[in-house]
Ligand binder design. Sequence first.
Ligand code: NAP
Length: 492
Amino acid sequence: MNRCEDGAIFTIFGGTGNLSYYKLMPAFYQLHQEGRLIKRMAIVAIGRREKTTKDYIEEVEVAIKQKSKTYTKESFDDFKDHIYYYEMDFADDEHYPAFEKYMSELDTAIEACGNRVFYLATLPNFFPTISKQLKTYGLLETRGYRRAVFEKPFGYDYTSAKKINEGISEVFGESNIYRIDHYLGKEMIQNIHMIRLSNQIFKGVWNKHSIDNVQITVKEDMGVGDRGGYYDQSGALRDMIQNHLIQILALVAMEPPADLDTESIRQEKVKVLKHIAINKEEVIFGQYRGYTEEEKVPSDSLTETFVGLKAHVNTERFQGVPFYLRTGKYLDTREAEVIVEFKNDSVYKNLEASMESNLLVIKIQPEEGIYFRINTKQPRSENRLMPVSMDYCQSCNIVYKSPEAYERLLLDITLGDRTLFTSWEEIEHAWRIVDKLMAGIENKRDYIFTYEPKTDGPSEVHELLEKEGHVWWCLSALTATYFQDLEVEDEH
Ligand SMILES: NC(=O)c1ccc[n+]([C@@H]2O[C@H](COP(=O)([O-])OP(=O)(O)OC[C@H]3O[C@@H](n4cnc5c(N)ncnc54)[C@H](OP(=O)(O)O)[C@@H]3O)[C@@H](O)[C@H]2O)c1
């Protein structure tokens, strides 16, 4: 290996934030334990708070102890040599000359060969400002790679996202930009592709002729907690649908890419995004009871904490197949899954104990795995059917223990692989979908329904499907054993 491939400075703007302590540092630590962190990697955390590197390391150790199941004192002592704390106000340009000097000296000390990653875990309005200052003060004039990573949310609407994108693109250029949608780092999200494209049994039926509807659910079981101020500015549509759920939809609906490289995959996703339409009459907004009493939430807030909707994918492959999306806070469970319901059509469909539709469930979290429901002959009957399932739990299997999303993403950043990061075009089209929908809603008060905490959202979201002859599938009910309810008829 070339010595320069083994050195880099990874700077985190927002290094004393929740994301850094509880996601990024534990992910770096895990990579270190697995021997996958590059050897001469300095992780420089930036914050305004006065503290030493030693103080910061102690705080990181507390967070890692909480998050990591594999923490050991010995390996943390080894890992901590990678960590540095640097105090600055990144909004103040006077702080950049000293920062440039610090980075040059550190680069020489660890032999980073000028390889730099700038991870902006800050509010999006800081993205262009920080990028510009990095350029102005010479932090990008190095002989190595200069990559920039931008956390979500990428803007608040199309106009703000475009402005942010222009600001960062003129500094870094698209090929050095990594826009995070951490859902794409999740193991089972990547698996959507693999399952679809590597199994002959699905390849031929992945279309409007065989698929009846697709359901994408991401439920959270907690309220907004102390993040009400941030959340109230965005709401479920912008915080979850615009990025995570629309990205999942694109992976389910896209054409198989010509190649598995970054550009081919991105192009196919963009083609789907261009063909998504959502009608305002087919959207249900909800707000959990008590939301307006949460800390930093205005008492008259109309921000939605729940969205359920029907999306139309107007492509040759999926024209006419409803894609139902729902997500919300303070719901009955914390779970995420994609359910593909196949058409229910066969010579057996009119039998007394009629056949059930085939279901393919891709379980994203908390359990990761695949569930598949098929029909079989009921034992000891003449021609009755019963549904049975094949249920694979990947996360139950210690051998296949999945990595956390951020582990994969941080590794890809250091390797320069942008496949699991979103392109500007994807973001642009996702915002256009959301903006168009919001523009058609004159008074949100007419669309928002109250739901009780710890339920599965407003009842109106069930009516949305019922009027089309569909139901929201409930994974826990599906996985409850069928045999418990089965009355086996002794016909002989
Ligand atoms: N938390 C998550 O799990 C999560 C998940 C996905 C996306 N995100 C996104 O990631 C970003 C960070 O989230 P977070 O939860 O870590 O936020 P947070 O806990 O509020 O932390 C904010 C960070 O920004 C720093 N900061 C703010 N203004 C600064 C300035 N002028 N100069 C220097 N440092 C400054 C703060 O440092 P000091 O206070 O020390 O100055 C702190 O480190 C947000 O945009 C959020 O939407 C977070």
